[in-house]
Design a protein around this ligand. Structure first.
Ligand code: NAD
Length: 339
């Protein structure tokens, strides 16, 4: 058997050599050109795929950039927007405030097939406490718990292929862990990690085999980032661990892949609310291996599009750092002691 296989491989190799020997001579430049032409087929192609993206309420954050990259690749994008932010987002969208950043490379504008109200902290209507149900920021909206949104998406669109979790919230993020209350800590984990578990639970059954889930995490899960408090570092650590476990469970159950992107610092609305994002961007410019420019949201978008595409068909359970390499640095090169 073994010698047969060896002989076969040798014969294939020899045939290859014969073909090469017969091939006319081409210059390196010509070879590079034909090579490029031949390779142009390898692109991120999401035509015909449907994506549900949770966590878009303006055009600055990662959710927007991921939506844009998915749209560039041909996917249809459906949004889930936090209920208290929905009205202003929809109004700005309708009034054309985002038109410039909606522009795709072919000149057309990115469109969303539907924008659902959503609050990822609640799984079913029974979970919603009275103060939220009667809150005026929620008035006029319905069916916004995770299970209800998933049901509506299924009714409106049938099966989907991609689920993006690009949201986080930690009410005590500005407090060091030593000063964080139990309530604040659990709220951070509920909004920033369990929300992903809940989304996979409820959207998994309506995902096509080969589908992909993406979330966003941050380096503070594995290294100390003073200032990223309130249990947010713990929430991101849970998110990364859950990514691995969900990759196994959702992979076996539905043939769906689950990955998370550990993004470098970006001055999004959420990050600005934490308060020290400009310092983190400057720190990255001073210390990251790639330091010519700050990380751009679209670089996360492009990575997400790749991870959701068939090109990443064997990648699951991964925490992928997309941060100009900052997470690899053990020393800060701008430290006083190196001067
Ligand atoms: P962002 O403000 O654009 O996105 C956060 C979104 O979460 C907002 O749209 C907000 O409305 C939504 N949200 C908050 N609570 C919600 C809830 N209960 N239900 C539904 N939606 C809710 O900011 P961003 O920085 O792009 O954040 C997206 C993800 O990227 C987050 O997970 C964040 O932790 C992560 N991340 C951000 C950075 C950074 O430097 N900005 C770095 C690494 C990871």
């Amino acid at each position: 058997m073994r010698s047969n296989a060896l002989a076969q491989r040798r014969s294939v190799a020899l045939q290859g050599a014969a073909v090469r020997a017969r091939a006319p001579k081409v210059s390196n430049v010509a070879r590079a050109r034909t090579g490029t032409a031949a390779r142009a087929g390898l692109s991120v192609d999401l035509k015909g795929k449907k994506a549900f993206v949770a966590g878009v309420a303006d055009d600055n954050g990662f959710g927007w950039a991921i939506s844009k990259a998915l749209s560039e690749a041909g996917a249809e994008v459906i949004l889930g927007t936090w209920v208290p932010a929905l009205n202003i987002f929809e109004t700005s969208y309708r009034r054309g405030k985002f038109d410039e950043s909606r522009k795709l490379s072919d000149g057309s504008l990115m469109t969303f097939s539907k924008i659902y109200p959503m609050d990822a902290v609640f799984d079913t209507p029974d979970d919603v406490p009275e103060d939220i149900a009667s809150n005026k920021r929620y008035a006029g909206n319905e069916k916004w718990t995770v299970s209800e949104v998933a049901k509506c998406v299924e009714e409106d669109f049938g099966k989907i292929d991609i689920v993006v979790h690009s949201l986080a919230n930690g009410p005590e993020v500005a407090k060091p862990l030593l000063e964080t209350s139990r309530k604040g800590y659990l709220a951070a984990v509920s909004a920033s990690s369990y929300s992903m578990v809940s989304m996979v639970q409820h959207f998994g059954p309506l995902m096509n085999k080969g589908g992909a889930v993406i979330s966003l995490t941050y380096l503070a899960s594995e290294r100390v980032v003073p200032g990223y408090g309130g249990g947010m570092s713990s929430a991101k650590a849970a998110l990364e661990s859950d990514t691995r476990v969900l990759a196994f469970e959702a992979g076996r159950k539905w043939g769906v892949r689950v990955n998370t992107i550990s993004a470098g610092p970006l001055g999004s609305r959420a990050a600005k609310a934490i308060g020290f994002i400009d310092k983190m961007i400057n720190y990255s410019l001073s210390n990251a291996p790639l330091n010519e420019k700050p990380l751009e949201a679209i670089e996360i978008g492009n990575t997400a599009a790749f991870l959701c595409s068939p090109l990443a068909s064997a990648i699951t359970g991964v925490t992928l750092h997309v941060d100009n390499g900052l997470s690899h640095m053990a020393v800060s090169t701008d430290s006083e002691c190196f001067k």
